[in-house]
Design a protein around this ligand. Structure first.
Ligand code: HEC
Ligand code: HEC
Ligand code: HEC
Length: 487
């Protein structure tokens, strides 16, 4: 892949060094900001999940202007189209990024949900705080004045009404693939199905050069794909539906595809060899979703994957980290047919970026399981595992169905990056709250109990026991992640 720098030099030919460098730096910096933004967004999604449930209500307005606008458009609104738009908004998780976290009126008081889609989710970046936009149909504070063309351009090209370029935190590179039909339904929903909120989202003010949004033109030009999803006649309708949902609305690659030097996703479809092979954002490593039998989905059935997307539990795995909000806000609301389509598409991806192995039948695997049962193990990390982990994950690493994930053969345990594993030990976690899944369970934080060295040992142990085989985790790996987390 050509670097942004080379590309601009090549295209610009005569552009002077200093000129392109400034543009390049600003564009890369903006892109970086965007990436961080996307990550930060995941933190405040829980709010959105609860808030967005009342998104499909008939607008009761509180400003005259809004009432007028609504009066003029309600006549043309088609309830089926609006309902379809609401569903697509879930598939794209618009609420996750466009809803502020719950307000806490005074210290100690119960948090109060903020209105869905009113924006104002503040996302920290090294350059300052960036706020998501109010995308309710309020004409002043929101997108009430957006024509269909304005709306489609914002989603597909990252250009807001009036020409302002959006940070790629807004996943427009993926949304560029949304079909016209779906774009119309989304527009109908945002204009007629969402309650207008007259409160403007706070203005984003970044210092120079990060406030030079125009520089994103170059980033868009080099990296952002254009063009709607085109069905591939070599595959059936189910596969095409899955490919469409994953690549466009679901923007799965925003987390699962590794990033290039300008923080661009390295590929937006399976035609790229790095697409969905795993990416690190916000100190969570989003797993390899190709058929790699070690760290990917190779050993899991389409039904396991569909179940995972519905309830956060599938094939003995339990979702954790930034995927929890994706399941809670988005994939749990999809139809069974759409989840099956996503699973079918993922299962069709050839194995790529292999990492780690699993062989439950190896002699070594069976010996350790036996030794662990009798408590007679000398391996580093085994004692820590027995003391702190086995009561939930079990001595044989098989976990407890619908409660605790299996660690034996778990692709997340065998991943190319141990970042998520360290972060989970440091922060603990909680399995998702869903409509159809089991009761959420907690994984405790081990910061007070284990040193960096002990964390490294227990992680190395789980990556190399019960038939698992993956690179060891060092104390330096642990301290590096802890330093980044500030914990
Ligand atoms: C991963 C986070 C994320 C998701 C998902 C997301 N957005 Fe955004 N969106 C943003 C951010 C952040 C901004 C503001 C960017 C900026 O200020 O440059 C934005 C800006 C926008 C704008 C521009 C509004 C304006 O005038 O400022 C529109 C319209 C929009 N989003 C609509 C949507 C819709 C519709 C969806 C779902 C289909 C969606 N967004 C999903 C993060 C997201
Ligand atoms: C905000 C970032 C983010 C987005 C967006 C995202 N994921 Fe994930 N995903 C993760 C992380 C982190 C993990 C690893 C933790 C886990 O296994 O739950 C993961 C894990 C998974 C797994 C389990 C893989 C395994 O081997 O354990 C599947 C399946 C999955 N994601 C599918 C999807 C699909 C399909 C989409 C798009 C609809 C998607 N993800 C969007 C962050 C994300
Ligand atoms: C009280 C029960 C409990 C204990 C003790 C516990 N865990 Fe967990 N563990 C969980 C739960 C619940 C999850 C799912 C967390 C989530 O969804 O955020 C989990 C998830 C994990 C995962 C991610 C795998 C996946 O598919 O979700 C790893 C790795 C892990 N634990 C390792 C450990 C290690 C190592 C220890 C000991 C140092 C440990 N756990 C102790 C309950 C526990």
């Amino acid at each position: 892949m050509r670097g942004l720098r080379d590309f601009i030099v090549m295209r610009g030919g005569g552009l002077v060094r200093r000129g392109w460098r400034a543009v390049g730096v600003a564009a890369v910096a903006l892109a970086l900001t965007g990436t961080l933004l996307h990550d930060a967004a995941s933190h405040a999604r829980e709010a959105a999940a609860s808030g967005a449930d009342n998104g499909v209500t008939n607008s009761t307005t509180n400003s005259t202007a809004t009432r007028e606008i609504n009066a003029s458009i309600t006549t043309s609104a088609n309830p089926t189209e609006i309902a379809r738009g609401a569903y697509l908004a879930k598939a794209a998780d618009c609420a996750g990024c466009h809803t502020a976290p719950p307000r806490i009126p005074q210290p100690g008081a119960k948090p109060v949900a903020t209105p869905p889609f009113a924006g104002g989710l503040g996302m920290g970046s090294p350059f300052g705080t960036i706020y998501s936009s109010n995308i309710t149909p309020d004409p002043q504070a929101g997108i009430g004045r957006y024509s269909y063309e304005d709306f489609a351009r914002a989603l597909r090209e990252g250009v807001a009404r009036g020409g302002k370029r959006l940070y790629p935190a807004m996943p427009y590179p993926s949304f560029s693939k949304i079909t016209d039909d779906d774009m119309h339904a989304l527009y109908a929903y945002f204009m007629h199905g969402v309650q207008p909120v007259p409160t403007p989202a706070p203005t984003t003010r970044l210092p120079f050069p990060f406030n030079q949004r125009w520089a994103l033109l170059f980033w868009d030009w080099v990296f952002a794909p254009t063009g709607q999803y085109r069905a591939d006649p070599a595959h059936d309708a189910q596969w095409n539906r899955g490919a469409y949902l994953v690549q466009s609305l679901g923007h799965c690659g925003a987390c699962h595809t590794p990033r290039g030097p300008a923080f661009n996703e390295r590929g937006y479809s399976h035609s790229s060899s790095t697409y969905l092979t795993g990416g690190t954002n916000d100190n969570w490593f989003a797993s390899n979703l190709t058929a790699d039998p070690g760290s990917g989905l190779g050993r899991f059935s389409a039904d396991d994957i569909a179940a995972f997307l519905k309830a956060g539990h599938g094939g003995g795995l339990v979702t954790f980290g930034s995927m929890v909000q994706v399941v809670e806000d988005s994939t749990q609301y999809l139809s069974d047919a759409d989840r099956a389509a996503i699973a079918a598409y993922l299962k069709s991806l050839p194995p790529r970026a292999p990492n780690g192995r699993f062989n439950a039948n190896s002699r070594a695997a069976q010996q350790t399981v036996r030794a662990l049962r009798t408590g007679d193990v000398e391996r580093p990390g085994a004692g820590i595992y027995a003391t702190y982990c086995a009561r939930c994950h079990q001595m044989d690493g098989a976990g407890v169905p619908q409660k605790y994930p299996r660690l034996a053969g778990n692709p997340a345990v065998l991943g190319a990056s141990s970042t998520s594993l360290v972060r989970l030990l440091v922060e603990g976690g909680e399995s998702p709250h869903t409509l159809s899944g089991p009761e959420p369970r907690k994984m405790p934080s081990f910061t007070d109990k284990l040193t960096d060295n002990e964390m490294a040992r227990v992680l190395t142990f789980i990556r190399n026991t019960w038939g698992n085989a993956a690179a060891p985790v060092t104390s330096r790996d642990v301290s590096r992640v802890r330093a980044k987390l500030g914990k």
